[in-house]
Design a protein around this ligand. Sequence first.
Ligand code: GLN
Length: 244
Amino acid sequence: MQLKIGHLYPDLLDLYSDRGNVIILQKRAQWRGMDVVVDQISVGHEPKLADYDILVMGGGMDREQGIVAADLQKRRENIQSAVDAGTVIVAICGGYQLLGHYFETSTGQRIPGLGILDIHTIGAKTRMVGNVVAEMDIAGVAHNIIGYENHSGKTILGPNAKPMMRVLKGYGNSGEDKFEGVRQGNIFGTYLHGPLLAKNPVLADHMIELALRRRDLSAGLDSLNDDLEQRTNAKLYKRLVANS
Ligand code: GLN
C-alpha cells in the first residue's frame, strides 16, 4: 500500500522544524508496512496535487509568506482539486493563514490567501508566544493536544469555519475566543508548531486514517507504542493546565 505525501514549500515555510510533521507521518505509515513517497514541492514545481494523499505546509515569517502567497495564487485550481479529491491538508501557522482569505501584517500589508478556509488574519502589535494545550475531538473522543505557538496574526473565523480545538492554555486563533485552528473536511489549519504531530501521535494517525479512507483503504491502523509521547504529553498537561 502506498501513501503519497507532498511537502509544500519546505525551503520557505519551516519554522520550529515543522518538517518534523512530514517525518512523523512518513515513519508512522512505514511502521505499519506502508510504502511512503515524500515529494518536496516549492516554487517552480507543479505536480498534480490531487495525486497526493497528504499535503503538509509549515509556518513562515511574513516575508516568506509573501513569496508563497504569490505562488499559491498560480496553483489555486490545482489545490482546489486536491481539496475536492479529499487530500488531507495540514497547514501550520503562516501556512494556515494563507489558506484563509488574507493575512494583513501588523504594518498594514495585505497578503492575499486562497480563501479555501473561511478565515482572515490581522497582525497585532504584540505576539502570541508560548506553549499551548488544547482539547480536540478525534473520532468522538476528546484528546489533549500539545503545541507551541508564536504568531502576531489574530485569526477570525467566518460562519463556514469550524474551530479544530478548544484552548485550555495559550492563545490559539486570536487569544480572545479560546478556539484553536480550523477543521474543514480533511483540511486542518492550526497555529501549533511542535512539531505538532511529533507531540500528538493520535492526530498523526487520524490524518493517516483519513488519507487512506479517501481511497477506501483503511481497516484501522495497528497500534504503536506511544508510551513516551503519552507520558510527556501528560506531564506537560499537568504542568501547564492542572497546576496553573
Ligand atoms: N508571520 C505570521 C505571524 O506572525 C506567521 C508566523 C508563524 O508561522 N509562526 O502571524
